[in-house]
Design a protein around this ligand. Structure first.
Ligand SMILES: [Zn+2]
Ligand SMILES: [Zn+2]
Length: 336
């Protein structure tokens, strides 16, 4: 069986004809297998959805319980059948509940990793390598210039600034799913136990992480009456990127704008967003981690999804690894 007979790209996403299902479809389908809860991978409107319980919970939080007709919880690290094809879900290390999906049929094994990262994240399960013939990888940061610095160092930068400017507030831009909770967990790990103030749009997911055993510490709503403006002096406030430029952010005293994203290693992007204190913190692999993963798995073929596919495919070519870009559309590189 040729590998692309088992799984191949279609306008709606990766499709498995033998099992008549899609992985992370970008349009409503009959059977959807979902890697994780980010909006470009997990969409509402499918008939049957297979995902980890945590991804299903996150989808229900974001879209309501009726986001699909039937939600089926996939167990971790156990294969089962979808329409006659063997599938399995293994941790991807990207955000809480995120999974790589194994598709196995007639002796061929393909792993669709969705989004993934290799470094330790105190807010989710760690990536687990799964042996396969074909490894499907993202390529968000697939350029040799992308090398993410150590996370503890980035958090230390934030806490040092907070200490240095006790009369100012620090407003940290974080994506609501994953980045927010990871930043909070790292801040706690660094020994900061004062209240952290969060924008209302982060509340539900932070609460959910707490129910899953990821302790967030003292979180408070970042709402304030005008006369209490001084109350946020020295505070760390977390909000979604969209709130950083609106009136919400201007309510805090003399704010220092921070933003936690892998893109912050691109000076120009930080500048465009008016970010004073960029925190380079990514939920995707950097260049070295992508290469290490491919070398570790040593698959027969590498298929590259969204991001900088050309550089990664070229590296594979130079290293005698068969590789091709899938040119999947509908996945965002900005929202991590
Ligand atoms: Zn993602
Ligand atoms: Zn993605």
């Amino acid at each position: 069986m040729r590998f692309d007979q088992l799984l191949h790209p279609t306008p709606k996403g990766l499709y498995c004809p033998s099992g008549d299902f899609h992985i992370d479809p970008v349009a409503p389908v009959e059977r959807a297998l979902i890697t994780h809860g980010h909006a470009d991978h997990a969409r509402a409107g499918h008939t049957h959805v297979w995902a980890t319980q945590q991804t299903l919970d996150i989808m229900a939080i974001r879209y309501g319980d009726n986001h699909c007709r039937e939600a089926l919880a996939a167990p971790w690290r156990e294969t089962f059948e979808v329409n006659g094809v063997t599938v399995g879900f293994w941790p991807a290390g990207h955000v809480l509940g995120s999974a790589q999906i194994l598709v196995e049929h007639n002796g061929t094994r393909i792993v669709a990793s969705g989004d993934y990262k290799r470094r330790a994240d105190p807010s989710c399960q760690s990536f687990e390598p799964v042996a396969c013939d074909v490894f499907i990888t993202e390529a968000t940061f697939a350029l040799p210039v992308f090398r993410h610095p150590g996370t503890a160092g980035e958090i230390a930068k934030l806490l040092a600034s907070v200490e240095q400017f006790p009369e100012r507030s620090h407003i940290v831009g974080v994506y609501a799913l994953g980045k927010a909770q990871r930043v909070i967990r790292h801040i706690r790990r660094a020994g900061y136990d004062k209240p952290l103030y969060i924008h209302g749009s982060l509340q539900k997911l932070c609460d959910y992480y707490e129910t899953q055993g990821y302790v967030m510490g003292d979180l408070r709503h970042a709402t304030l009456e005008k006369d209490k403006k001084g109350g946020f002096a020295g505070a760390i406030v977390l909000g979604p990127p969209s709130a950083m430029t609106d009136n919400w952010a201007r309510r805090f005293p003399d704010p220092i704008t921070c933003f936690a994203s892998g893109w912050m290693q691109v000076r120009q992007r930080a500048k465009q967003r008016g970010v004073e204190l960029p925190l380079v913190l990514s939920d995707h692999c950097d260049w070295d981690e992508l290469l290490d993963t491919i070398l570790e798995l040593s698959p027969k073929e590498v298929w590259v999804t969204h991001g900088r596919d050309d550089a990664l495919v070229r590296w594979c070519d130079l290293n005698m690894i068969t590789a091709k870009p899938l040119h999947l559309v509908g996945y965002e590189e900005e929202a991590e």
